[in-house]
Design a protein around this ligand. Structure first.
Ligand code: PEP
Ligand code: MG
Length: 579
């Protein structure tokens, strides 16, 4: 038995057999084989080599034909590695002597070479690591096939162990029998985490080497609440966790009883709880959990789930589904937030050096006006069917907001010309997720109808910590005094100006921060639907007077540790089970 500690990103406990993907998404079903299977593995290995060599030969011929012999010689290195007897012998030796499966042996040997190339002093030689990785992927493709087809064909429910998954890959997990997810990399506010949480799939990330520790078929306990993965658990551990699963089920049933009760404090202050969604089908679930509308619809997932850009009508259909599912409650449609960790096919062809500081979100839209206007027209076309509001993400200056509004104006003109009706006075909001927007809030408030604090990004840009990098995850915290002061200032300015302010980062669904956020005067929280009952319970267990006192005390602390300890203690006093 081995216990691994990572970052708890999606709560719940699941117990099942593991399915393992290696770093390049190839599923290596078994790390070892029986003695009697060795010969068969060696034959499969030989075939994989021969097929790869044939493939390379025809690639080289085709390239030589189209681009000339010099360019085609880039395949010589690949060919050389695949025909090198010593490398092949090393891999065969692992199968024969250590009973490794052919795929595992290829993976280990070629990973070893990749590590050696990475240590080379010469930059050109270091570049060779990509070629070796390519060779590994080619061989693995012939030995084990590719993940996409595999996962959708799982016959038994399983826990997925992976090095990393993109948000779009994780979006496809809904169609599989995957019960839980454990990854080497990633953290709480990555979009992969956000997606699995919205699907209710328990997950642990930032485990460093979980994909190397677990073999396909191992029994695994995944505790997404505590951030633990137990590999090959013993009977005592299994019995404990079976009980824990039952305890969680009972607690969830208890919380669901709050569904129709208001989120009101004991001294009568009401707070609005709305939901974040990524896919239209979640809207109904959100209302069932007690959401009073959709505070953030991450529309870019329309792009990430498909290979081609959605048409205007596909946008309209998706928005309509959400609007109709919420029965009159407001729907805040956030315009495309592509880039950073959410790449479309075409964006991924030109990777940026610093994608979180690059051409993402509203910046991408303003440089790609045509697809942006397709979306804006679609939002406008549905604006008379419900309480639709539009929100621009990642605004960092007034000019950007004005340009986005101009694009919206153009989209309105397009519709007018074709005689399509829409709501001209549709409320327009912005996300405050850059320190620049926070510092310029007074000026921005004069030009918007509402504001939503996107703390997932606001934290990363305020403390300069990549939200998706598990190596600096301990520095990424909402408890940082600088973040808390910025939040206090923005909420205060919004309240003074009478402009509604919401908070839609993951922080809104974290019980530990509820008291503080209420205490600084936040009136609307937008979160994953599954978090609503818990947060409502905390609100109903406290008073506004208490929350105000807590916030005041928190703002006097100098370090995040003091903040976290204090908020944990105060929350535990009113809702011990929430933490
Ligand atoms: C945020 O940044 O807080 C936010 C809600 O947007 P996203 O997580 O999609 O970047
Ligand atoms: Mg954001």
């Amino acid at each position: 038995m081995e216990i691994k500690k990572g970052i708890a990103v999606s709560p719940g406990v699941v117990i099942a057999e593991a399915v393992v993907l290696d770093a390049e998404d190839y599923r290596i079903p078994r790390k070892t084989v029986e003695a009697g299977e060795v010969e068969g593995e060696l034959e499969r290995l030989a075939e994989a080599f021969e097929t790869s060599i044939r493939e390379l030969d025809s690639l080289r011929d085709a390239t030589a034909h189209q681009l000339g012999k010099d360019i085609a010689s880039i395949f010589d290195f690949h060919h050389g590695v695949l025909t090198q007897q010593s490398i092949r012998e090393q891999i065969r030796g692992m199968v024969r002597e250590r009973y490794c499966s052919a795929a595992q042996a290829v993976h280990e040997v070629l990973q070893g070479y990749q590590r050696r190339f990475l240590k080379m002093k010469d930059a050109l030689l270091r570049e060779r690591v990509k070629d070796v990785r390519d060779i590994e992927r080619r061989l693995l493709r012939h030995l084990v096939g590719n993940v996409g087809e595999d996962l959708s064909r799982l016959e038994e429910p399983a826990i997925l162990i992976a090095h990393d998954l993109t948000p779009s890959q994780s979006a496809n997990l809904a169609k599989t029998r995957i019960l839980g997810l454990a990854m080497d990399v990633g953290g709480l506010t990555t979009h992969t985490a956000i997606v699995v949480r919205s699907m209710g799939i328990p997950a642990v990330m930032g485990l460093t080497d979980i994909s190397g520790v677990v073999s396909g078929g191992d029994t695994v306990i995944l505790d997404g609440t505590k951030g633990l993965v137990v590999v090959r658990p013993d009977e005592t551990m299994l019995a404990e966790y079976r009980q824990e699963k039952e305890r969680i089920q009972v607690a969830v049933l208890g919380l669901n009883e709050l569904k129709d009760k208001p989120a009101v404090t004991r001294d009568g202050v009401e707070v609005s709880l709305v939901a974040n969604i990524e896919f239209p089908y979640e809207a109904r679930k959100a209302i069932e959990k007690g959401a009073q509308g959709i505070g953030l619809y991450r529309t870019e997932f329309l792009y990430l789930r498909s290979e081609v850009e959605p048409t205007e009508q596909e946008h309209v259909d998706a928005y309509r589904e959400v609007i109709h599912a919420v029965g009159g409650w407001p729907v805040v449609i956030r315009t495309l937030d592509l880039g950073a960790d959410k790449y479309t096919q075409s964006q991924s062809l030109e990777p940026e050096r610093n994608p979180f500081l690059g051409l993402r979100s509203i910046r991408y839209c303003l440089q790609n006006l045509e697809p942006f206007k397709v979306q804006l027209r679609a939002i406008l076309r549905t604006s008379l069917e419900g309480d639709v509001r539009i929100m621009f993400p990642l605004i960092s200056s007034l000019m950007e907001l004005r340009q986005a509004k101009m694009a919206l104006g153009d989209a309105m003109e397009d519709l007018e010309e074709t005689g399509i009706p829409f709501r001209r006075e549709m409320p327009i909001g912005i996300m405050v997720e850059t320190p620049a927007a926070g510092l310029m809030i007074r000026e921005l408030l004069r030009e918007v109808d509402f504001v939503s604090l996107g703390t997932n990004d606001l934290i990363q840009y305020t403390v300069a910590v990549d939200r998706s990098n598990e190596k600096v995850a301990s520095l990424y915290t909402a408890s940082h005094p600088a973040v808390l002061r910025l939040l206090r200032d923005v909420v205060r300015e919004c309240n003074r100006a009478g402009v509604p302010c919401s908070l839609c980062g993951e922080m809104a669904g974290e019980p530990m921060y509820t008291l503080f956020l209420m205490g600084i005067g936040l009136k609307q929280f937008s979160m994953a639907p599954g978090d609503i009952p818990e947060i409502k319970k905390i609100i109903r267990s406290t008073t506004m007077a208490h929350a105000t006192k807590v916030a005041k005390r928190v703002l006097g602390f100098d370090t995040d540790r003091q903040v976290t300890n204090y908020l944990r203690d105060e929350t535990r006093k009113i809702a011990p089970e929430a933490l």
